[in-house]
Design a protein around this ligand. Structure first.
Ligand code: TRP
Ligand code: ZN
Length: 462
């Protein structure tokens, strides 16, 4: 699906390339329809930087229809006679830029907006997109296990977008390079409950309708925005260091799930000590009343299926809040920076209980298995390997190998420094290698490149 969309948008890009972008007054300047991501050239858009999204949505849960407005506050980074947002499906009713009606056209997931007046570099501008319809999740043959974006299963709604699904339910600059804060105001029929990212700041009841207002104050990548609507109960747990733990569980499973997730606060403490303070105000999980075959680290509120409620998966999604969410990948061919880190940190949590020897034994078993299976290198993965053993287990081995090579203390310091330097922003593999070299006081480029880019895994450090 994405392939075909990309072909269509390729034509758009070629057309746009024929029109020179110039800063001269009065010239026409189109924002680029993509950011040139190695796996998804047309996710995201050029020419502006989003600061804040406000999603005002009324959701008819039974009909699976949404009606609403997304307000986007952004700054132009070049003169713009037009710019693009990413939105797939749905019906756009009207668009305004700085309160004036704006023209727009659509092709595949590219929504091209032409303000009445050209924007100048540095202008802060506000775009309102009013839209409605039934969101259709995005399926990609290379990532066949996921229906990305908005899902409605038997009247329970959940959103799991990684990597491209955000555009199935709101218009955005759909790439982790452009992170922004969010306000979500979602209106549903009672007794539905709405859980979303950040902090629930208000619940407004109006006859049989309820509006839930959620604030996500820290920057968030588009794929991490989520919404869950259904018959959930909110369960609050002990919050370490002022971090409130709040989970959302299906009403009839609340008791067993409260027990299953009871040590989440301890995990937050563990990772905070290891890496740096938990980056957001609150944390918790939302569990669907059915199996999903996966969990996703949606910011401050990870989504789980009933089949994923194990302690190891909880540790994994929580670790992503630091690596993936606060430090986000700069490109989709570097998902090992998310998955390798979360997988290894999940093992560090269990190392507390099981001991270092078992961790090392387990790693060596994976090493042998991956050698036999000829698992490809974790760095620079193609679309089909973005969430494969290459990034999870070979990705985790990059960190284990580094730890064996430089020792526990320096390894820990590399983790902390890399996190501290890139939190709230994006990082690349090169950034990680640079930090490892700097902190250890030796050039680790060749050592790490072997583990990250060589088809064959290097020998395990003595
Ligand atoms: N990042 C998820 C994890 O923790 C895996 C994943 C990738 C995913 N894309 C997804 C899960 C889409 C749900 C939906 O490993
Ligand atoms: Zn993960």
């Amino acid at each position: 699906m994405i392939r075909r969309l990309l072909l269509l948008t390729l034509v758009l890009l070629l057309l746009a390339a024929c029109r020179p972008i110039s800063a001269e007054p009065g010239s026409r300047a189109a924002g680029a329809p993509g950011l040139g991501d190695p796996n998804f050239a047309f996710l995201g858009n050029g020419g502006y930087d989003v600061e804040h999204y406000t999603l005002d949505l009324a959701v008819d849960v039974q009909e699976n229809v949404i009606t609403g407005t997304t307000t986007i506050r952004a700054t132009a980074t070049q003169p713009l006679s037009s710019f693009n947002l990413d939105l797939l499906g749905l019906t756009v009713d009207s668009i305004s830029v700085d309160s004036m009606p704006a023209g727009f056209s659509r092709r595949a997931h590219e929504l091209t907006i032409s303000p009445q007046e050209q924007l100048s570099a540095g202008d802060m501008f506000t775009t309102l997109v009013s839209y409605s319809g039934t969101p259709q999740p995005l399926t990609d043959p290379d990532l066949a296990f996921i229906a990305q974006g908005w899902n409605n299963q038997d009247g329970t709604i959940f959103v799991v977008s990684e990597p491209g699904g955000a555009m199935t339910w709101y218009p955005s600059n759909n790439h982790p390079l452009d992170k922004a804060s969010y306000t979500m105001r979602v209106t549903v029929d009672a007794p539905n409950v709405v859980a979303a990212n950040g902090v629930l700041v208000e619940t407004i009841a109006d006859s049989d309708q309820v509006t839930y207002v959620w604030e996500m104050a820290q920057p968030m990548a588009t794929y991490l925005a989520t919404l869950a609507i259904g018959d959930f109960v909110r369960v609050e747990g002990p919050g370490p260091d002022g971090t409130l733990i709040r989970h959302y569980f299906p009403r009839d499973m609340a008791e067993s799930l409260t027990a299953a997730f009871a040590n989440t606060g301890e995990m937050v403490d563990f990772y905070s000590d290891l890496i740096g303070p938990y980056p957001f105000d609150e944390y918790g999980v939302v569990v669907m009343p059915f199996p999903l075959g996966f969990a996703l680290e949606t910011q401050t509120l990870s989504v789980f299926g009933t089949d994923m409620t194990m302690e190891g998966v909880n540790a994994h999604e929580l670790a992503h809040q630091w690596f993936g969410n606060d430090v986000s990948p700069a490109a989709w061919n570097e998902t090992w920076l998310n998955e390798g880190f979360a997988s290894y940190l999940q093992k560090l949590w269990s190392e507390e209980e099981l001991g270092s020897e078992l961790l090392d034994d387990g790693m060596r078993q994976y090493y042998e298995a991956m050698r036999q299976m000829e698992i490809p290198a974790p760095g620079n993965v193609a679309e089909g390997d973005m969430f494969s053993m290459a990034v999870y287990e070979r990705g985790a081995w990059v960190l284990h190998a580094l730890r064996l090579e430089i020792g526990d203390d320096l390894f820990r310091q590399v983790l902390r420094t890399y996190y501290d330097r890139f939190k709230g922003s994006n990082a690349t593999t090169a950034d990680f290698i640079a930090v490892a070299s700097e902190v250890s006081g030796r050039d680790l480029t060749d050592f790490l490149s072997g583990w990250i880019y060589s088809a064959e895994m290097p020998a395990i450090p003595e």
